[in-house]
Ligand binder design. Structure first.
Ligand code: S3P
Length: 196
């Protein structure tokens, strides 16, 4: 079956939606792993709303993430991030893309693991760096050596991302292929545990 047929399989969509119930699908992983672009396509395939935690934080604060970091600091951003994600998770089924540091927060992680299906989008450093360089809007990578910073962050975060329910490789190439892989993994995972 080709990627196109797999993502538009109506039976699979209905089955996954039913098994998911009120739970969200939460995408975690590093900056540049593709959480937003893959998340949008995944939501589309499942006919669920797509939510982007960073965009919601910016809307709530009426400031960009860079401005929040600059004016109020990272700790303040993390508090807002925790609140916003808790609110979004309570809002019913959706695909939720989280910022790269969100799953490092123990409370957020506990909420996600209890009430949602978590997916770590795992990508190689050069792929992620290439994607974030194009935008240049990540305050944590503003320093002189973004590659080194990314390596340090990844080293610290990888064992925590690995606690996600599902791990999917996010590579270059068509995102739709990654979405098909996620749908198959969700099918396997949700087949094991019926929705509450
Ligand atoms: C961050 C990742 C960003 C954003 C903020 C901090 C991180 O989101 O939340 O710049 O700590 O890795 P993306 O992962 O969507 O880039």
């Amino acid at each position: 079956m080709g990627a196109r047929a797999a993502v538009s399989d109506g039976d699979q969509t209905e089955r996954l939606r039913a098994r998911l119930g009120a739970r969200c699908i939460v995408l975690v992983g590093m900056m540049g792993a593709g959480k937003t672009s893959i998340g949008r396509r995944l939501a589309n395939a499942l006919r669920l709303p797509f939510l982007d935690a960073d965009a919601e934080i910016e809307r709530a604060a009426n400031l960009t993430i860079a401005e929040i970091f600059e004016h109020y600091g990272e700790a303040h951003f993390r508090e807002g991030e925790q609140r916003v994600i808790a609110r979004l998770l309570a809002g019913g089924p959706a695909v939720l893309a989280t910022g790269g540091g969100a799953f490092m927060n123990a409370e957020t992680r506990q909420l996600c693991r209890a009430d949602a299906i978590t997916i770590w989008l795992k990508a190689e450093i050069p792929v992620m760096l290439d994607r974030v360089r194009k935008k240049g809007n990540r305050p944590l990578l503003k320093g002189p050596d973004p590659e080194r910073k990314m390596r340090e962050l990844l080293e610290e975060r990888e064992p925590v991302y690995a606690l996600a329910d599902i791990v999917i490789g996010s590579r270059e190439g068509p995102h739709q292929a990654v979405v098909s892989e996620i749908l198959a993994a969700l099918d396997a995972r949700l087949g094991e545990s019926a929705s509450p």
